[in-house]
Design a protein around this ligand. Structure first.
Ligand SMILES: Nc1ncnc2c1ncn2[C@@H]1O[C@H](COP(=O)(O)OP(=O)(O)OP(=O)(O)O)[C@@H](O)[C@H]1O
Ligand SMILES: Nc1nc2c(ncn2[C@@H]2O[C@H](COP(=O)(O)O)[C@@H](O)[C@H]2O)c(=O)[nH]1
Length: 195
């Protein structure tokens, strides 16, 4: 496991699927010069997804081999597919930036908190169930997939109390504004004059 240096910080974005975690994390992350650690998954890519950008898409055999080599710091199964974060990727991203971010379900968030303690800031992004359903439908997810994702909604929502910051993502510009300000304060930079 990569040993963090004193000032290195990990921001974990968690919350229900489709809440906008990826969207807001990328927007605030790029403003603050943070690097994302991309997960590996055995899930097939969706039409709009790019390998190496959204996920590293690998076969179940490749995933199992990497797991046997102890390459993953954390592994989770979601809707019958495997997801994981490689320790080497955390180290690599820290070579490029003093703070990194990941987008994980509650199990991944919990694991990173356990491993890295005070270095981890957990950020919960959510929207109400009907809004998420509408967003998933708009993005072209099948009814079967929408039902699968929504079956985790209540469990993911219950994790909000474990998180350091909670944002309801209704108006995107508003969420990104508040989030960027919060991250900036967590980094003790106060570089941004957002008021
Ligand atoms: N505030 C918002 N208002 C309307 N649409 C939004 C808002 N935020 C994000 N979206 C849209 O909702 C969809 C889901 O967003 P995103 O992929 O960022 O969510 P996520 O929580 O990362 O989910 P996933 O589990 O797919 O990674 C995307 O089509 C995105 O453009
Ligand atoms: N615990 C982990 N959760 C992860 C990881 N990579 C992604 N995720 C989360 O899984 C669900 C499903 O993702 P989807 O892209 O298939 O909709 C979602 O909540 C992701 O944030 C990981 O490495 N570990």
């Amino acid at each position: 496991m990569y040993a963090l240096k004193e000032r290195e910080m990990i921001f974990v974005f968690t919350g229900p699927h489709g809440a906008g975690r990826k969207t807001v994390a990328e927007m605030s992350g790029s403003t603050l010069g943070m690097k994302q650690v991309i997960s590996y998954t055995t899930r097939p890519p969706k039409a709009t997804e790019v390998d190496g950008q959204d996920y590293h898409f690998i076969s179940p055999a490749q995933f199992v081999a990497a797991q046997a080599d102890n390459e993953f710091i954390e592994v989770s199964t979601v809707n019958e597919h495997l997801y994981g974060i490689k320790s080497a990727d955390i180290e690599l991203m820290f070579q490029q930036s003093g703070s990194i971010y990941l987008i994980l379900n509650r199990f991944g968030a919990q694991t990173l908190k356990k491993l890295y303690g005070e270095h981890v800031v957990q950020i919960f992004i959510y929207a109400d169930r009907a809004t998420l359903e509408e967003r998933m439908r708009e993005s072209g997810d099948s009814e079967e997939l929408i039902a699968k994702y929504l079956s985790h909604y209540e469990d993911e929502m219950a994790y909000r109390d474990q998180c350091d910051h909670v944002f309801e993502n209704v108006d995107l510009a508003h969420t990104v504004f508040d989030l960027t300000k919060t991250l900036d304060q967590n980094l003790n930079r106060n570089l941004l004059d957002l008021d």
